[in-house]
Ligand binder design. Structure first.
Ligand SMILES: Cc1ncc(COP(=O)(O)O)c(C=O)c1O
Length: 379
């Protein structure tokens, strides 16, 4: 084994001393208030069966893609799935990426170019931040959901005669569960001829009549340059797509390095994406249940813990703020001990002082489980 690793030990020790050491935990038998499987599709026997009944059974389907999409990895199946996704998300085209992380990296590193300006909400996901870091454009952060601050930055960028201005937000914020004011954002972007990019990771499957996300729910699909839909959360499978115009798709095929320089998704992943999207429209009951659970949760949580600090969220992501990594970890451990799988989100993933217990609600949670969790947190 390689021996010269003192520097790794030292760095990890430093993290540990700061209370920042991350560790992997495998699945538990606790009640799931942690996963992003909002509608239970990851554990759905119907979805499993649908996937098994596809072409996957045919020997002609390869085990792997064998190359990147621009080389050996492109298939008629990928074309077919992208056509299905474009129709589902009510737009002209879709381009599948291997994950939401890859989609955001590819999109944000390739759209804003040198001389352009990229304005990002201060709470956007790490994958968008990393994509922005790879871009040569100038980046400024605006205060979370603060339209006045964004207007000021847009005005400055326009006054500097910036060739292209981009604004990047999440429709449902992954760490706070609150939503971007999309209707206002499209208006503001139009005023300044800026292009809006919306990450729909936590809205996909959950919002819209069939789970098309917030942009379609609000009828804004023609006013947004690009949307990112991820399939590892509400869809219960894996992968992601950027949806928008055919021109956008061609542009990304030519410039998005996380699309170009990687082996494409294997056929069984594409088939899983296809089947999960076929299931979404029939999950009306599950979606309704999920939203009922959010109302139920908020009612009891605010009643039982009126002075606690909850994020202002009407989505399935609910957070209880508990200052300090240590204290936050202790509360999560207590809830886990009582049988509930909730996790502490620590700084620096969130700003210091805003550490939190992140609770994800699912259609399959029982009301008694939700009430039990709140009782435990309250105690
Ligand atoms: C808002 C947001 N965007 C993108 C991603 C990345 O998606 P994926 O897990 O498919 O890589 C995540 C997942 O953590 C997310 O929360």
């Amino acid at each position: 084994m390689y021996q010269n690793t003192t520097f790794l030990t030292n760095r990890l020790r430093q993290r540990e001393q700061m209370g920042l050491l991350r560790q992997l935990h495998s699945g538990s038998n606790l009640v799931d208030f942690c996963s992003n499987d909002y509608l239970g599709l990851a554990r759905s026997p119907a979805l499993r069966q649908a996937i098994q009944q596809t072409d996957y059974q045919r020997t002609s389907v390869l085990n792997g893609a064998t190359g990147s999409r621009l080389l050996a990895g492109h298939t008629s199946l990928a074309d077919k799935v992208e056509t299905q996704l474009a129709a589902f998300y009510q737009t002209e085209s879709a381009l599948v990426f291997n994950s939401g992380y890859d989609a955001n990296i590819g999109l944000l590193s390739s759209l804003p170019q040198r001389g352009d300006v990229l304005l990002t909400d201060e709470l956007i996901h790490a994958s968008m931040i990393d994509g922005a870091r790879l871009s040569y454009a100038e980046r400024h952060r605006f205060m979370h959901n603060n339209l006045d601050h964004l207007s000021t930055l847009l005005r400055e960028a326009r006054d500097q005669k910036t060739p292209s201005i981009f604004v990047a937000v999440e429709s449902v914020y992954s760490m706070d569960g609150d939503m971007a004011p999309l209707a206002e954002l499209v208006g503001l972007c139009a005023d300044y001829e800026a292009h809006l990019i919306v990450d729909e990771a936590h809205a996909t499957g959950v919002y819209g009549i069939n789970g098309e996300g917030r942009v379609v729910e609000l009828g804004l699909q023609d006013r947004v340059l690009a949307r990112v839909h991820t399939f590892g959360k509400g869809l219960g499978v894996h992968g992601a797509a950027v949806v928008g115009s055919g021109l956008l798709r061609n542009y990304l095929i030519n410039t998005a390095r996380s699309f170009i320089y990687t082996t494409a998704l294997p056929p069984h992943s594409l088939l899983a994406i296809q089947c999960a999207h076929e299931q979404l429209p029939i999950l009306t009951e599950q979606r309704a249940k999920l939203h009922q659970h959010v109302v139920f949760f908020r009612d009891i949580a605010l009643q039982r813990m009126p002075t606690a600090c909850w994020t202002d969220s009407s989505s399935p992501i609910q957070c209880l703020l508990i200052k300090g990594n240590k204290a936050c970890r202790a509360v999560a451990a207590r809830a886990q001990g009582a049988g509930f799988d909730v996790r502490a989100i620590l700084s620096p993933t969130v700003p210091v002082g805003q550490e939190r217990i992140r609770i994800c609600l699912h259609s399959f949670n029982a009301e008694s489980e939700i009430a039990g969790l709140i009782d435990t947190l309250a105690s």
